[in-house]
Design a binder for this molecule. Structure first.
Ligand SMILES: *[C@@H]1O[C@H](CO)[C@@H](O)[C@H](O)[C@H]1NC(C)=O
Ligand SMILES: *[C@@H]1O[C@H](CO)[C@@H](O)[C@H](O)[C@H]1NC(C)=O
Ligand SMILES: *[C@@H]1O[C@H](CO)[C@@H](O)[C@H](O)[C@H]1NC(C)=O
Ligand SMILES: *[C@@H]1O[C@H](CO)[C@@H](O)[C@H](O)[C@H]1NC(C)=O
Ligand SMILES: *[C@@H]1O[C@H](CO)[C@@H](O)[C@H](O)[C@H]1NC(C)=O
Ligand SMILES: *[C@@H]1O[C@H](CO)[C@@H](O)[C@H](O)[C@H]1NC(C)=O
Ligand SMILES: *[C@@H]1O[C@H](CO)[C@@H](O)[C@H](O)[C@H]1NC(C)=O
Ligand SMILES: *[C@@H]1O[C@H](CO)[C@@H](O)[C@H](O)[C@H]1NC(C)=O
Ligand SMILES: *[C@@H]1O[C@H](CO)[C@@H](O)[C@H](O)[C@H]1NC(C)=O
Ligand SMILES: *[C@@H]1O[C@H](CO)[C@@H](O)[C@H](O)[C@H]1NC(C)=O
Length: 435
């Protein structure tokens, strides 16, 4: 009995260690308190989007002096994942962010410059699989920190990763990470480079760090042997079920209705280098193609413009020339009166008053985003939002800069695969609560 148990344990460990099938991880929405009404939630989400856009703009406007590691603000990410670090594995929650690269957590000993976190601090000296990353490692930012000096022997790579509105610093190490919400879905992946932080300026409420899923070499996806991930986000109104993130080989779409579009190469400069740019060539509402100026979503040589897909932004924002076309088309589709005070109540630009607070919203056509090589069909529930007696367009124009962002409200009930190896995005309609 004891020996067969031992055999079983070692078999399970071997299967986990190989990580051959990848991992399945639950994603929970930040601030998805059951007590929060849809309207409160969206006001909060809009505020966080604004914060994220401002942070990105701040980072991007400073193109001469920006460090190679400047990214968006981490505490505006919308989804948390649970993962475990080290051996034995210590579990913690981190923000999953497609808009930045570094994986980091706070490490003990941590002094006055650490933030409170909900789970115990990870202590590298209690793990048998921790190593510091030497200063001459190519998978590190220490070259920048050393500024050309030859590293002394035994040098541990320091880092200071700057976000638009904050920073985290410490030493870089490598560790074995465990991904997956249940033992059957787990993978243990050795030698992942990460930031072991002993000082941070950001309040990442509810989490103990961040997992970067961007395009850069330090991100989790770039460090997987099968560099891809997919997620499927359950509808905002469904507070019962959790969303899913699939890492590595398990990230795959079933054939029916899959569209695939190539990523557009990112600008070389940070923070844009980490973003996933898409080639959006047009938008239709129902069968009507909107007359959006050509080039509205073009990515410019100086790194401005373009359209990115982001997990951490809630509401899609479009350059005004495109947004006004979408807005006008939605107005033309409906016979309901627009609600003058709707935007004050909800934070949205365009709301319609339903006949009564309990009225069902009217049927509306699908909106189609025409990407290079694939159409993404958004049912009304993915671009309109019901808030009591108001029926609002869940999109907005840019308040900052010319970059457009496809937000996660528009990605509900779609299985979306980021294949960093193939440099493509694939998507298919899905019922995410049953994935
Ligand atoms: C970047 O800097 C160059 C030269 O200083 C300037 O011409 C350009 O407009 C800047 N671009 C942005 C996006 O600020
Ligand atoms: C780092 O070095 C390893 C081995 O020397 C090489 O395989 C890998 O491609 C390098 N990575 C980068 C990002 O340059
Ligand atoms: C990290 O960089 C930021 C911005 O450059 C700076 O304000 C902060 O003091 C640095 N942190 C440490 C610990 O050096
Ligand atoms: C963090 O660690 C670095 C490198 O070991 C050290 O130089 C620095 O003083 C530490 N900072 C704090 C706030 O403990
Ligand atoms: C942190 O979380 C608590 C509890 O969920 C919440 O009351 C508080 O507003 C949050 N703080 C920030 C800055 O988000
Ligand atoms: C959520 O779960 C509760 C209790 O199980 C159930 O009453 C409710 O209908 C569910 N809501 C949705 C949207 O499925
Ligand atoms: C694909 O379809 C198979 C068979 O229906 C199902 O078992 C599997 O979970 C599906 N996978 C995904 C990622 O949807
Ligand atoms: C929207 O698209 C879906 C899938 O392509 C289709 O089944 C549905 O009938 C469309 N709805 C409308 C209102 O055209
Ligand atoms: C975007 O797609 C259009 C049409 O499919 C193509 O002509 C154009 O070259 C693409 N642009 C980029 C930057 O890939
Ligand atoms: C955004 O749209 C609103 C109304 O639709 C308009 O008043 C505002 O000027 C636009 N903002 C920008 C930055 O274009």
């Amino acid at each position: 009995m004891a020996s067969s148990l031992a055999v079983l344990v070692s078999l399970v460990c071997a299967a986990l260690a190989s990580g051959a099938t990848g991992a399945r991880v639950e994603l929970t929405r930040v601030h998805s308190d059951p007590g929060v009404t849809a309207s409160q939630f969206f006001r909060e989400a809009l505020r966080r989007d604004m914060h994220r856009h401002n942070a990105r703009q701040l980072a991007a406007s400073d193109n001469g002096t920006v460090s190679a590691t400047t990214q968006s603000s981490p505490n505006s990410g919308e989804y948390l994942m649970t993962l475990a670090i080290g051996t034995p594995p210590l579990s913690y929650a981190a923000i999953a962010d497609t808009g930045s690269d570094l994986i980091w957590t706070q490490c003990a000993p941590c002094g006055s410059q650490c933030q409170q976190q909900p789970t115990p601090l990870y202590n590298p000296s209690s793990s048998t699989t921790f190593s510091v990353l030497p200063c001459d490692s190519n998978l590190s930012m220490c070259a920048a920190a050393l500024a050309g000096a030859t590293p002394p022997p035994g040098c541990a790579c320091p880092y200071n990763y700057t976000y638009g509105t904050g920073w985290t610093s410490g030493v870089q190490g490598t560790e074995t990470f465990t991904f997956g919400s249940t033992p059957a879905d787990q993978a243990r992946v050795p030698s992942i480079a990460f930031g072991c932080s002993n000082a941070t300026s950001v309040d990442f409420n509810g989490s103990a760090g961040l997992v970067g899923l961007g395009r850069g070499s330090l991100s989790l996806v770039s460090q997987l042997s099968a560099p891809r991930f997919s997620y499927c986000l359950t509808p905002y109104q469904d507070t019962n079920s959790t969303s899913t993130l699939l890492l590595g080989p398990s990230a795959a779409l079933n054939d029916t209705g899959v569209g695939t579009t190539p990523f557009v190469a990112s600008p070389a400069m940070a923070p844009m280098s980490t973003y996933y740019y898409l080639n959006l060539t047009g938008i239709s509402l129902g069968t009507t193609a909107l007359s959006i100026p050509p080039g509205a979503f073009a990515l410019n040589a100086d790194g401005t413009g373009g359209l990115i897909i982001d997990s951490g932004t809630t509401i899609t924002s479009l350059v005004d020339a495109a947004y006004q076309q979408v807005r006008a088309a939605v107005v033309a589709t409906l016979t309901l009166p627009t609600s003058a005070d709707g935007s004050a109540e909800t934070g949205f630009d365009l709301c319609f008053a339903l006949p009564s607070p309990t009225s069902a919203p009217p049927a509306m056509p699908n909106m189609t985003l025409h990407f290079n090589g694939a159409d993404m069909v958004l049912p009304a529930d993915n671009y309109m939002m019901l808030d009591g007696g108001l029926w609002c367009l869940a999109m907005q124009n840019q308040t900052n800069g010319a970059r457009s962002t496809l937000g996660n409200y528009q990605q509900q009930n779609m299985h979306i695969l980021y294949d960093v190896g193939q440099q493509t995005l694939s998507f298919a309609p899905a019922t995410c609560s049953t994935l």
